[in-house]
Design a protein around this ligand. Structure first.
Ligand code: 13P
Length: 253
């Protein structure tokens, strides 16, 4: 019912030339995949080039971040409208690195989610607990609170088009993946909350990606779980072979 959605978050990697070359290679390698949704998120500097390279292909482009305002005195920021005009389809919002390193709070993240819809971009909203929070038994309440605040004020139609990326902070870039059972358990709790809070079509349609050390060797076990609707991939999305292998795994399911 929900198509798997595999997205690569390049973070602060690949200059314009490297990004363009990588996009060309992906385009040829993935030309036959038509049963999985695919996106890549380059730096904002490389985004227009990558959008041009991937125009009319099965690979969509995502921003890694947006600002909440459309224009004005916000030195150094980029508006959702500008990202949309460059040809992107999605934007990641509230990544744990932005929350932890740049101090982004749920209220600001919520404004960005609204800004994404205002501009025509589809948000990929990241949520996830730290190791300390998990060990204290607070993982679900942290995640559900981030979701309540991050998704506040959206209509059911908008909600059904959101992608939630569950990325436990302790699994990002550490090589420590949540087990498929741990990930499925949190995804199922998120899904139950969606069904309890919104009309049923939201819970049916909204996709929940898992993120945190997804690699070719663990992708099958994670993506086979009923409530894991895709993956948001960091490190393994920077190598054509690894990223393509994960997408092929998704297409085989
Ligand atoms: P890694 O796949 O490198 O753990 O990164 C996950 C992530 O943060 C994707 O947004």
């Amino acid at each position: 019912m929900r198509r798997l959605f595999i997205a690569g978050n390049w973070k602060l990697n690949k200059n314009i030339n490297e990004a363009e070359r990588f996009a060309s290679e992906l385009k040829s390698a993935l030309i036959d995949i038509n049963t999985v949704d695919i996106a890549v998120a380059p730096t904002v500097l490389a985004l227009p080039t990558v959008c041009k390279k991937l125009q009319h292909t099965n690979i969509e482009v995502s921003a890694q971040n947006i600002h909440s305002h459309a224009s004005g005195a916000f030195t150094g920021e980029i508006a959702a409208e500008m990202i949309r005009a460059a040809g992107a389809t999605y934007t990641i919002i509230g990544h744990s690195e932005r929350r932890a390193i740049f101090g982004e709070k749920d209220e600001f993240i919520n404004q960005k989610v609204h800004a994404a819809f205002r501009s025509g971009l589809l948000p990929i909203l990241c949520v996830g607990e730290t190791l300390e929070q998990r060990e204290a038994g607070h993982a679900s309440s942290i995640v559900i609170t981030q979701l309540k605040k991050g998704l506040n004020g959206l209509s059911p139609d908008q909600l059904s088009c959101v992608t939630i990326a569950y990325e436990p902070v302790w699994a990002i870039g550490t090589g420590k993946t949540a087990s498929p059972e741990q990930a499925q358990d949190m995804h199922a709790q998120i899904r139950s909350w969606l069904y309890a809070s919104f009309p049923a079509f939201v819970g049916d349609q909204l996709r929940i990606q898992y993120g945190g050390s997804v690699k070719p060797h663990n992708a099958h076990a994670l993506l086979s779980k009923p409530d894991i609707d895709g993956a948001l991939i960091g490190g393994a999305s920077l190598k054509v072979e690894a990223f393509v292998s994960i997408i092929e795994t998704a297409a085989s399911l």
